[in-house]
Design a protein. Structure first.
Length: 300
């Protein structure tokens, strides 16, 4: 079977078909999906109901897994794997959570434009979100192409931001929403990291505007000036012409490249059940990881 791609937006995002992702993929198919990701940055697989085991097996074919924010707050999960993020409004007892439940407060941060795990080094490469139960309305996920956003910058602004670096901090978005109940140990769990505002996407070779809510300040600027510039750049990057909005269907798996997109969830009625599961890979080359695994196996 060959991978078939149907564009979903003039600039990026495509629906992918012609492959059963519930089963192990051939090396050629893995390469084909990687190539499609380099071009489209967001791939939508419809009608692929995955068990937790199947989602984990699929994800591992694209690189080592990322724990992300769980390094800060690794709370009890009702899911089988710690590497699966529970993007839901469901409490540990299986009932719809109260609005003040920590999971609800934490997941509210997903409604801000962000790139998963940009607050760490190495950051995330691919995120894979699988739909299990959707509310009657709302709850869409929006994606913005940071490569197209860079292309659309005025020349003088491109020149201004060239060489600037932004600090990304894991708890910046949580603090913005009033979620401040963290110990100093949790605050220090993921060291802050600097990333250039202008980066080059390794897969496509295109320059991009690397912004998002995890960016808390710009090095060399006053806090106020830097945050206003970050706000202006994010506003530019998330204009409608750069955004694809995904309407979820049960059994969807959406993959996006965190190195060249930002995304956000949309509001929905929290009294209506919603369940999605996210798995994420680190931005580490698979060949390097396989070589390290082989070295460790020989050593033991």
């Amino acid at each position: 079977m060959a991978l078939e791609l149907t564009p979903l937006h003039p600039l990026f995002a495509a629906q992918a078909s012609g492959v059963d992702i519930t089963r192990p993929l051939s090396p050629d198919m893995i390469d084909a999906i990687d190539e499609a990701m380099n071009q489209y940055a967001v791939l939508v697989f419809r009608g692929q109901p995955l068990t937790q085991d199947q989602q984990m097996a699929f994800t591992k074919q694209f690189g080592p897994l990322d724990l992300g924010f769980k390094k800060v707050a690794n709370r009890h999960t009702r899911l089988k794997y710690n590497e699966l993020a529970d993007i839901s409004n469901v409490a540990e007892n299986g009932e719809i959570a109260e609005r003040n439940h920590r999971r609800i407060v934490n997941n509210m941060a997903n409604q801000l434009w962000h790139s998963d795990s940009s607050f760490q080094n190495p950051p995330a490469r691919y995120s894979m979100l699988h739909s299990v139960i959707n509310p009657p309305k709302g709850g869409q996920t929006e994606f913005a192409d940071l490569r197209a956003a860079y292309d659309g910058l005025p020349d003088d602004l491109r020149d201004e931001i060239q060489g600037l670096q932004a600090e990304h901090f894991a708890l910046h978005s949580r603090f913005m929403l009033g979620d401040t109940d963290y110990t100093q140990e949790q605050i220090d769990a993921i060291p802050r990291v600097l990333w250039p505002l202008v980066r080059t996407h390794p897969g496509s070779g295109r320059k991009l505007l690397f912004v998002g809510v995890h960016a808390s300040r710009i090095e060399g600027m006053t806090l106020a000036e830097g945050r206003l510039l970050l706000s202006d750049l994010l506003e530019h990057a998330t204009q409608p012409q750069y955004v694809y909005r995904h309407e979820w269907q049960v059994g969807d798996l959406v993959i996006w490249d965190n190195r060249c997109t930002v995304h956000r969830g949309r509001r929905y009625d929290l009294s209506q059940r919603r369940e999605l599961r996210r798995s994420t890979t680190l931005d580490i080359e698979r060949d390097a990881v396989q070589a390290q695994d082989q070295e460790e196996a020989v050593a033991h």
